[in-house]
Design a protein around this ligand. Structure first.
Ligand SMILES: NC(=O)c1ccc[n+]([C@@H]2O[C@H](COP(=O)([O-])OP(=O)(O)OC[C@H]3O[C@@H](n4cnc5c(N)ncnc54)[C@H](OP(=O)(O)O)[C@@H]3O)[C@@H](O)[C@H]2O)c1
Length: 432
């Protein structure tokens, strides 16, 4: 057998220690598939004494992981730390400048700095791989970059955050409220102590920006993603969506609209007939619609040590085989910054839910604002009283310009009848 691919591993938490376990358990088979062994030669994390449930004694411990970049015994640096900037970014830059291939699971870093890092890698013919950064164990990067590469992708969308999907589908199953389910999810370890990146949609937006770049050949544009999370979704919304034949899912949605890039993370009402409506718990799913392939759906575990390590080691196998490839689906120099499409120009049906004071005339006030903004109401689904004595009013609009829906809500922004900002969700359709 030929020389091993020698890797240095920075970060030994959930994913980093999962990578060591996987290489230990499947090493012989991996060596056959890769054509040579993958060997961990050095490791680093913050706390050398922490028990990580895996024997680390065979590996050289390095206190300062920046040393990996200049270590002649290292071919490839694997970053399993996290964070868009800070030590992860410094390590990525130094490693690539030092001539090392680089593998990461860090979506935040790729979403913010992927173009710069891809430039560094491609200029030197080095691999920069990040399969685990999007949808954990699902081989969607490979699927889009290789399997679907003959297609023009019309749109790419999906359930990109397992924590949100767990919360929404648990609310759906038990009729429970958001805060109660979030607390349970935290107790069970499905949600972080600070869950804001997940529940406010930022994590899904990182992944969406990467998927959009891969799918459309446009520069990664995280700042162009419109982001809304799931904090304001009530059990009543889920019940009312169900009554209409829909389920609520937080979706990342990207497409090219008249030559401009549209990217949004938002809760959507997904028709029960759509496969995404049946993705439950912490599972992730990505749909890509190609002009020749038709609809492709990638589904599986979006997180966890095993699935994420599986994606990381698949990247290492590619590198061991000598496949550095382009970082995205085309050379980074040819990926142009796209103009951003305005969501206001989009047309579709929207679900709108108001919490209002229980007093006469409120419904008339809302419907007048909508009429003035030329938004017509297809159905007023229900009005129901909350325990606090407020009233929930939910409705679905006819096909409307999104700009007009926003205008109708602006007309109500000073209303003393409204208690809190209305919640708006789009109904997923083939035109989204
Ligand atoms: N967890 C998942 O299921 C999952 C799924 C997909 C992608 N990812 C991505 O994978 C990456 C790692 O996630 P994780 O869940 O494994 O994180 P984690 O469990 O928190 O582990 C992070 C590791 O990085 C080390 N570290 C943190 N700051 C450091 C610093 N300044 N210098 C040196 N080492 C430092 C920590 O050291 P100590 O242990 O010594 O504190 C720890 O070993 C992130 O980019 C994440 O987004 C995770």
């Amino acid at each position: 057998m030929t020389t091993p691919l020698r890797i240095a591993l920075a970060g030994l938490g959930t994913v980093g220690s999962g990578v060591i376990r996987l290489i230990n358990e499947n090493g012989a088979m991996i060596a056959q598939r890769a054509g040579r062994p993958i060997e961990v030669v050095a490791i680093s994390a913050r706390n050398r004494d922490r028990d990580r449930g895996v024997d680390l004694s065979p590996y050289k411990w390095v206190d300062d992981m920046t040393d990996f970049a200049s270590d002649p015994d290292v071919d490839c640096v694997v970053e399993m730390i996290g964070g868009s900037d800070g030590p992860a970014l410094e390590l990525a830059r130094n490693s690539l400048r030092g001539g090392k291939s680089f593998v990461t699971a860090n979506k935040a870093m790729i979403a913010h700095h992927g173009m710069e890092l891809a430039g560094l890698a491609e200029n030197q013919n080095l691999a920069l791989k990040y399969e685990a950064a999007v949808a954990g164990g699902i081989p969607v990067i490979k699927g889009l970059r290789e399997g679907a590469s003959a297609n023009r992708i019309e749109r790419v969308y999906g359930i990109l955050n397992g924590t949100c999907n767990y919360i929404l589908t648990t609310m759906e199953k038990h009729g429970s409220d958001f805060n109660a389910v979030l607390k349970d999810a935290q107790d069970l370890g499905y949600a972080e102590a600070d869950p804001s990146f997940d529940i406010d949609g930022v994590d899904a937006a990182h992944k969406l920006a990467i998927l959009a770049a891969l799918s459309f050949g446009t520069a990664v544009d995280f700042d162009g993603v419109e982001i809304a999370g799931i904090r304001n979704i009530m059990a009543a919304d889920i019940g009312q969506a169900k009554a209409l034949g829909y389920r609520i899912r937080l979706l990342g949605m990207a497409r090219i609209d008249d030559g401009k890039l549209f990217q949004r993370v938002n809760p959507y009402l997904v028709p029960e007939s759509h496969p995404l409506a049946h993705i439950d718990g912490s599972t992730n799913a990505v749909v890509a619609e190609g002009n020749f392939s038709g609809r492709l759906m990638f589904q599986g575990a979006g997180a966890g040590d095993g699935p994420t390590a599986s994606a990381v080691v698949a990247d290492l196998i590619d590198i061991a085989r000598g496949d550095s490839g382009t970082v995205f689906a085309m050379p980074v120099d040819e990926m142009a910054q796209s103009e951003r499409a305005e969501s206001g120009n989009r047309t579709g049906k929207s679900y709108i839910r108001f919490v209002v004071a229980d007093k006469p005339g409120v419904l008339a006030e809302i419907t007048a604002a909508m009429r003035d903004a030329e938004v017509s109401i297809e159905s007023l689904i229900q009005t129901e009283k909350t325990e606090e004595g407020s009233v929930l009013i939910s409705m679905v609009t006819h096909q409307s310009m999104e700009r007009d829906v926003v205008l109708s809500l602006q007309k109500l922004s000073d209303s003393s009848s409204l208690q809190g900002a209305p919640v708006v969700m789009h109904l997923l359709s083939d035109e989204d």
